[in-house]
Write a new protein. Structure first.
Length: 225
């Protein structure tokens, strides 16, 4: 096993938190994340006078000093509580603790479907007034991956193919995906991102459970212990 795989494995953690403890954390950190996300948008668009910008920076510096007193030493990783509740709270597309995430709240169906209605503000701009194409890819990667996982055939993105059919506006958007077919260890998922005028980006993704996970799973299944 390579060092990078071993390091990755350490970031999948069963920390045994109860559902109640997880709810308490979500109630505390969710609003913090929302506040920081709003701050990103305000910092982007503010036109107050110079002294007010400098005063705001002092307040932000104080908040940073408070929060950095005690920190997780590295990436958040993926954690599971005692009941099996999964927290990918650092995820760049959907993480509850990640202010960079739009965030996506994805509805999943065990038949291999996923969908989300979400809002992209000015911080996700690419072409003037439009969504950045890389952000569309981020959203579709996550929603297609969620469909694969919901259908019981999860994996990492091996290939993501996008067709940008029309410009994607900022604002209210919708994305959805479904498993199209399984080909051995590959899960092929299709989906799209749509705005008020219809589909903007079509996507097809190939999701593959990494070899080290497949090896571990088959060892577990065949191991009588
Ligand atoms: C554990 C679940 C985690 C879920 C996380 C979801 C996060 C959100 C989505 C992401 O952001 S994932 C991050 C972006 N993706 C990556 O970083 C993946 C990096 N690449 C890899 O880790 C490996 O290359 C990969 C797991 C995709 C494949 O490695 P394997 O060693 O498992 O592949 P293998 O050589 O055994 O090939 C298995 C099959 O897949 C095919 N294949 C391999 N790489 C491929 C590829 N890149 N695209 C399409 N097909 C691919 C390969 O031809 C073969 O097809 P056949 O079975 O038909 O012969």
């Amino acid at each position: 096993m390579t060092d990078s795989i071993a390091h990755q494995q350490q970031l999948y953690v069963a920390d045994g938190l109860s559902d109640e403890e997880i709810a308490q954390q979500a109630d505390l950190y969710g609003p913090l994340t929302d506040s920081v996300r709003e701050l990103i948008e305000i910092a982007l668009l503010t036109e107050v006078d110079d002294p007010e910008v400098r005063a705001a920076m002092e307040h932000i510096e104080s908040a940073k000093q408070l929060l950095r007193k005690q920190m997780i030493p590295g990436p958040y990783g993926v954690r599971w509580g005692a009941s099996g509740q999964k927290r990918a709270w650092g995820n760049a597309a959907a993480g509850l603790r990640n202010a960079i995430a739009p965030p996506l709240v994805i509805d999943c169906d065990p038949d291999g479907r996923a969908s989300t209605d979400f809002h992209l503000g000015s911080a996700y701009e690419g072409p003037a007034g439009l969504t950045h194409g890389g952000v569309s890819a981020l959203v579709l990667d996550q929603v297609l991956g969620a469909a694969a996982e919901a259908g019981g055939a999860p994996g990492m993105t091996g290939t993501l193919t996008l067709r940008y059919r029309r410009p994607t506006p900022l604002g209210a958007l919708h994305a959805e995906a479904r498993i199209d077919r399984l080909e051995g260890v590959k899960t092929i998922v299709v989906g799209h991102l749509a705005g008020p005028d219809g589909v903007c980006v079509e996507a097809e993704g190939v999701f593959i459970l990494p070899r080290w996970v497949r090896d571990r799973n088959s060892a577990t299944v065949s191991d009588p212990v």
